[in-house]
Design a protein around this ligand. Sequence first.
Ligand code: C2E
Ligand code: CA
Ligand code: CA
Length: 638
Amino acid sequence: MGFKWEGLSHRVTPMRIALFYALIGEVWILLSDHLLGFIVTDHQLYLRLEMAKGWLFIAATALFLYFLFQREYNTLRRYEKELQKDRENLERYRLLSEDTLDLILFIRPDGQIIDANEAAVKRYGYTRQELTNMPLYKLCLPEDKLSVQQYLKKAPQGIQLESRHIAKDGSAFPVDICAKGATSNGKPIIVSIIRDISKRKKAEELLTHQAQHDALTGLPNRYFFNESLCQALTQSRNKNGKLAVMFLDLDRFKLINDTMGHNLGDQLLKKVAERVGQNLRAGDTLARLGGDEFLILLPDIRNDQEVVFVSERILKVLTQPIIIEGNEVYMTTSIGISLYPNDGSDMETLVKQADTAMYFAKEKGRNNYQFFNHELNIKANERLTTEYSLRKALAREEFVLHYQPQVDLESGCIVGLEALVRWQSKERGIVPPTAFIPIAEETGLIVPIGEWVLRAACIQNVAWQLQGYPPMRMSVNISARQFREVNFIKVVSGILEETGMDAHLLELEITESVAMENGAASTEKLSRFKELGIRISIDDFGTGFSSLNYLRRMPIDTLKIDQSFIRDISSDQNGEEVVTAIIQLAKNLRLKVIAEGVETNTQWSFLKNQKCDEMQGFLFSKAVTSEEAEMLFEGPII
Ligand code: C2E
Ligand code: CA
Ligand code: CA
């Protein structure tokens, strides 16, 4: 540590002191000699006084120098001591700070970094020398320069904030900063504790991503969709813009998933998501709600036609077969659309309305789209009330069975009965199945209702047996949804066991499409019923498009000619030909054939001539209660 002149009083520089000294000396010599010559005339005295004057000058200047140096020396000592203390103080801070993973900077109130801990040196990548000689803003992003000023102002009172810092190599990293004012030997400094939160940020981002995205397809989920919709709505309101929400649901996906396995089902969903995504406009949001349900947000639409165009394109690309592990899978889709602005458009209703519209799209048949409108609203409300009261009906056991006899055309004897369900509603009176079975199907309520029907029919049949009536077949209608249930066979065999019903007397009526759809799996299921001794009848035969090849291989017992063809007998329509053809087909396949909806004698005699096996219809009896049926059993035969 060398001698430092900066320690001296600011105004007195060494040069000034020297000049001042020279000037005083010169003036003293010139003036004092003149003065002395003027006052003293005696030469001897003059010489002595001259000598004394010299001594006096030297003594005065020596004294002056002594005081000068003494003062400056003291200042210097004090400064040195202070500096030492400062260093010791900071050193103490730093020693404390070395133990932590946090980066610690000691900053002067003007923003100059004066010291840093080892962690900071390492993380920023500067040498300690570099770091302790740079202003704080050099560690911040250029756009944060202003906030550095703010920071310096507020830090002494204590401040906590998140920001980004840059290391020497130019890489930026997120930081959490906690700063506080401190004094180091009476002088204010800022101690800034900085935590590198890269890892935490990454984890947070991952978590929010996961919270907002669907794990299977990587698409946004409902949560994310709602956020986007919320934003889009605000924008639309400001701009008077239009937007559309699409609700997309794959037809029969559950069936495919159940039969092909969930792994393939997952792959299918991924491919569907991909295809839909490729056919949207830039700026549209595709989200997966779960299962086979997707939502699409289309902001900034010009007109309905644009939405129609997108819907038709999606429907079209999704009908093209999807190849999964070598299998060609054919899919169709139903799309419901709601538009903003419309009657009650807030976020939730828009999604709900699109959902409702989707249901009605499905009702139109597969591969359709449907806009939400007021009419749908009314229908949807009706549906909701029906669904609600159906649930209650199930709990209160408001269902009853009516039985319609099936008569052998040859003998005219009742050989079987079809169980037909009725809903005896407290509020609505007797409700026909056509008014509630479709809703029960869609909501899945048909499964418990169907189980109830099956059990009630079996119990009645056993009761009639016990009462001594001749054995009669009991036909029970099975809906598509029921038939597809994975444990359907178990349910049926369970009911047989529990009621003591003879399996050979039970006949299940399923429609053509249910029997045909997803061929192998259905055939397999039907075979299991055969093994149990249960009979299978194809209901409404002739209305579907059965492949004769399939029909030949199906383990079925009866074809039930659809009523529409019977009605067309002896009319201008070609009903007679169709009925004849079906009866021939049944004979060829060695199946029993029954005509339903027989109302007239003409129909009856035509069927008898064609050797139709059985008939069912108002001509003989409508569906009646069990007591009424008993009277028919006892009454005269036709
Ligand atoms: P379906 O299986 O084709 O039943 C025949 C329907 O035609 C019955 O109507 C029956 O009353 C009616 N019908 C019988 N003979 C004649 C006739 O000579 N002329 C006319 N015009 N109609 C006749 P229903 O009982 O109203 O049942 C309607 C449909 O509801 C049934 O059609 C069936 O698809 C369904 N259904 C009825 N009960 C059940 C059930 O327990 N489960 C399921 N899944 N569906 C059922
Ligand atoms: Ca039927
Ligand atoms: Ca039928």
